[in-house]
Design a protein around this ligand. Structure first.
Ligand code: GDP
Length: 344
């Protein structure tokens, strides 16, 4: 049976992918960044930590020698590179660190694979953020890129590095351009989980108000658990390629907020626009949502909407969970956690 290495295994996608591969019979090695206390709550939540075929390692992927040692010791068949500084907002405050972890580290892995075991299949987690100021709607694998944040610029470097190693050295380096994908395992820095967690706290009387940034931006939001299956399919395809994974539906932050309050059994009346927008809860008349400029980004992306026809035709993959269902399952899980006092 195959051995896979997943970098960034403690993140949302890493945990779901580890679960998926373990269920398929893989031996899975996962890395997390060097810290005293790795953030293992997702691995615990999915009951992965004690699995006999799962192994957790700390590794600094920004260090080339560490990458070489990792590849040499584990000698995996497949490497899924999910490690990144993945918060777009933070990337504006920490551009150098983001460039190192999200961009240059990918080159360390590719180079280590090229030198030590070029038969390894490599998956690069590319991102819809590459499209940034979108040139068409919906976007496909052929849409030109126009990154709009230090995060997206770093991802662009990583994306083209993978393709360059594919074309220059024949490495099986495949890129998944994934649109936003959410779940109860999303961290609360991301807007969907911030919303569902806060809505749960409001519903249970632990908070009064949800404070957000730009309500009018829209995203193509899918369910992360389905997207990791797409990653695995890309790696089993005959040739390394680039694939968009998306739902082909776009919704604004405001619409997602509405869905979340509805999932908790209440609804909102919106007033005002832009920075002056706010929302009142219909049944209580209480102020529930307001906008704060501090959550705005220096630069925003356009309408994110992806066309995943290529993945459907070549990999048999498509997104099946509707945004309403996704939001509902996130709110339900957050209600359960908040009620139990679970901190994450
Ligand atoms: P991203 O697509 O990877 O940047 O995912 P996020 O979930 O962090 O942000 C999605 C969109 O929501 C961005 O366009 C943000 O500007 C917007 N947004 C509005 N309010 C907030 C907020 O309070 N927090 C975050 N993270 N994003 C917000």
């Amino acid at each position: 049976m195959k051995t896979a290495l997943i970098t960034g295994v403690t993140g949302q996608d890493g945990a779901y992918l580890a679960e998926w591969l373990l269920n398929l019979g893989y031996t899975v090695y996962g890395t997390h960044r060097l810290t005293k206390t790795p953030d293992i709550w997702r691995l615990e939540y999915l009951d992965i930590l004690d699995h006999p075929q799962f192994h957790l390692h700390a590794c600094d992927l920004t260090d080339f020698n560490s990458c070489k040692t990792l590849i040499k010791q584990i000698s995996p068949d497949e490497v899924y590179n999910l490690a990144a500084q993945s918060f777009v907002g933070l990337s504006f405050k920490e551009p150098f660190m983001t460039a190192q972890i999200t961009g240059v580290a990918v080159l360390n892995l590719l180079e280590a694979i090229r030198i030590i075991k070029p038969s390894i299949r490599f998956y690069q987690a590319s991102s819809s953020e590459l499209f940034g100021q979108v040139e068409e709607i919906p976007q496909t694998e052929k849409t030109p890129f126009h990154p709009r944040s230090p995060y997206a610029v770093a991802k662009l470097f990583a994306h083209w590095s993978a393709i360059n190693y594919r074309e220059s050295y024949g490495l099986f380096a495949t890129c998944g351009i994934l649109y936003n994908h959410e779940s109860p395992l999303r961290s609360k820095e991301f807007v969907t989980r911030k919303i569902t967690h806060t809505v749960a706290r409001i519903a249970l009387g632990q908070q009064d108000l949800l404070v957000l940034g730009n309500l009018d931006v829209s995203r193509d939001w899918g369910y992360a658990k389905e997207y990791v299956v797409g990653m695995h399919r890309m790696m089993q395809h005959d040739v390394a390629d680039t694939f968009v994974l998306a739902t082909n539906r776009t919704a604004s932050v405001r619409e997602f907020t509405d869905l979340a309050f509805q999932a908790a059994g209440t609804d909102l009346i919106w007033e005002g626009t832009g920075l002056n927008a706010f929302a009142i809860e219909r049944k209580s008349g209480q102020l529930r949502v307001r906008v704060d400029q501090n959550f705005y980004r220096p630069c925003e992306v356009g309408t994110m909407q992806g066309d995943a026809s290529k993945a459907r035709d070549l990999l048999g993959w498509q997104a099946n969970t509707r945004l309403e269902q996704l939001c509902q399952l996130m709110v339900q899980e957050d209600l359960r956690r908040v009620e139990k006092g679970v901190p994450f």
